[in-house]
Ligand binder design. Structure first.
Ligand code: 5RP
Length: 230
């Protein structure tokens, strides 16, 4: 990651802290994502930890980072509501549909996003694309089903590659699916992959896109709102 991209990620994380504080009550729970942009958000929101009730993390790595800053972390089952979920993405299109899972946390990220009233995606401008699919689509798979799922993914037109050496927080493996560009904007591919026995989750966020994208550009932070979900 270059200095410029790092600076853009830090800038959008700081903008997201301001956005969060402007949209939260003191008793609110914040959902926290995973990755380098989410890490910048954790570092900045931790300084404001007295302004909200606590967090739910989308990965053990983020949970640990939050605890290092003495931010309260709850399990999803302990909270009634997540007001805002803040997380990065690997690709974002104009409909605010996403590919996520570069950090292998896609399943918990999808759960926390689904449970959140509002999903705020934060990213640098390199993540903005005309169509999803140049970034290989991460799929979380039960280990015993890895080869079977790979064969089924080939039938869907993909070129699956096992992310060797990675075990998810749920004890599963990741298959990255290349060759699916350009992906359709409807839910067909997301649903078809979910139908394969042994698939736990895939990194397409089309059924549950972002509500707002804060995009860090050389000309400042651009806010994109999802009119379809407003
Ligand atoms: C982790 C993710 C991340 O949000 C995504 O990979 C973006 O990461 P970064 O902020 O480091 O560019 O989906 O599973």
């Amino acid at each position: 990651m270059g200095d410029t991209q790092t600076g853009l990620k830090k800038a959008v994380a700081e903008a997201a802290v301001k956005y969060t504080l402007d949209h939260l009550d003191a008793d609110a729970i914040i959902g926290i994502g995973t990755g380098s942009t989410a890490n910048f958000f954790i570092d900045a929101i931790a300084q404001e930890r007295h302004r909200f009730a606590g967090t739910v993390a989308s990965s053990s790595v983020s949970e640990e980072r939050l605890r290092c800053f003495n931010v309260d972390v709850f399990q999803l089952n302990q909270v009634a509501e997540i007001a805002l979920y803040i997380d990065g993405a690997d690709e974002i299109n104009a409909q605010l549909q996403l590919i996520k899972g570069g950090g292998a946390a896609l399943t918990r990220e999808k759960i926390v996003a689904a449970a959140a009233k509002k999903f705020i995606c934060i990213a640098d401008e390199s993540k903005w694309v005309d169509a999803l699919g140049m970034f290989p689509l991460p799929v979380e798979v039960i280990p015993m089903a890895r080869s079977y799922v790979a064969r089924e993914l080939v039938k869907l037109g993909g070129d699956p590659v096992w992310r060797e050496g990675i075990t998810t927080d749920n004890g599963n493996v990741i298959i990255d699916v290349h060759g699916l560009y350009p992906m359709p904007c409807d839910q067909s591919l997301e649903h078809a992959i979910n139908q394969i026995a042994g698939v736990v989750c895939n990194g397409l966020f089309i059924s549950r896109p972002a509500d707002v994208v804060l995009l860090s550009t050389q000309n400042g932070i651009k806010t994109h709102s999802n009119r379809a979900r407003a």
